[in-house]
Design a protein around this ligand. Sequence first.
Ligand SMILES: NC(=O)c1ccc[n+]([C@@H]2O[C@H](COP(=O)([O-])OP(=O)(O)OC[C@H]3O[C@@H](n4cnc5c(N)ncnc54)[C@H](O)[C@@H]3O)[C@@H](O)[C@H]2O)c1
Length: 335
Amino acid sequence: MIDENAGLGWALIGCGGAGRSHALGAVETNGVGVRAFYDTDPERAAFFATEFGTRTAGLDEIFADPAIDIVSIATPHDTHARLALDAFAAGKHVYLEKPMAMTTAECVQIAEAQRSSGKQLMLNFSFRFSGAVREAKRRLGPPIASHAQCMQARSDLTAWRWDPVSGGGPLWDVGIHAADLLCWFHGAAPVEVSATGGQKSHPAELAGTDILDTVAATFRFADGSVSTFLISDADFNGFASKWLFEIYGSGESAVLYEHAKTVAFGVPGDKTSVETLSPPSADRFPFLLDAIKNGGESYAPASSGIVATAVVEAIIASVKSGQTQTLELPPGLAD
Ligand SMILES: NC(=O)c1ccc[n+]([C@@H]2O[C@H](COP(=O)([O-])OP(=O)(O)OC[C@H]3O[C@@H](n4cnc5c(N)ncnc54)[C@H](O)[C@@H]3O)[C@@H](O)[C@H]2O)c1
């Protein structure tokens, strides 16, 4: 049954793995009413509608429905821009999966559509919601040096993530998270990006495509702070975990591991001690509701999506050219 009195109406576009976590977040959030599910695969939408006790609807129906205030978009990467633009044109708030889009130009278009609509956009840069990450950011302030890595087990290349058009490979899938988190910690976009890499894990399968399976990069920020970045599906090591972030501030340092669920703070002046914490992650919908109700910038706004996409584009350009890239940001985002 649809509860029409449940506050802001919400609908999901894209009923896959990420869509499920959006739906679970929506049903658990007071003030959000689950209204409709859409997927290009009708069976998937029907499955979600049954599970979460509401209906399936067409895209046009969702956009035209005044009882739907928020749409989540959790679809393959190449569809984000069109769907987000249509959602803002229909006057909806948007909770959009990463990457915001696969070109900076499309991200800027989305940001302009959002501005014209007066609606909110929150990107699902999910590490920002990790309790351990939030605690590290709160305690350290902007770092002097940082490192982000995603090392995974060999991938199934038949998944759409590895398709050059719909997914773009690991830089757009996981590298975008690392780019966002480094910029978020440093409080800025890098001014320079240098990168190297190639098709090292899957040379035969990826031949003839532009997809990079292994990339190492360095970032330089305007304040002189630096980051390193490493992604590959060469292998996974359980000690470091798939994701590993290291943040070194002027007083404290933090290592984030166990999918960034746990943080180990170095104790200043004591080289042998660490303080380990695993604070709970923050629920994501309340951040979006707060931005909708109280105005102001969302917790993961359009600007962060533009910056992360610009950084990934710069990494790709640097790998291809062998040259350090000066980050080109749209007016208003450059420091
Ligand atoms: N933030 C995170 O931590 C996180 C984690 C996983 C995935 N994601 C992101 O979520 C998005 C979806 O990934 P996933 O793992 O759920 O993929 P998935 O393949 O499990 O699900 C995608 C769904 O979208 C549907 N779909 C495809 N094109 C569509 C369209 N044009 N309109 C409506 N539905 C369409 C597919 O049928 C499928 O059901 C991607 O952007 C991915 O990067 C984010």
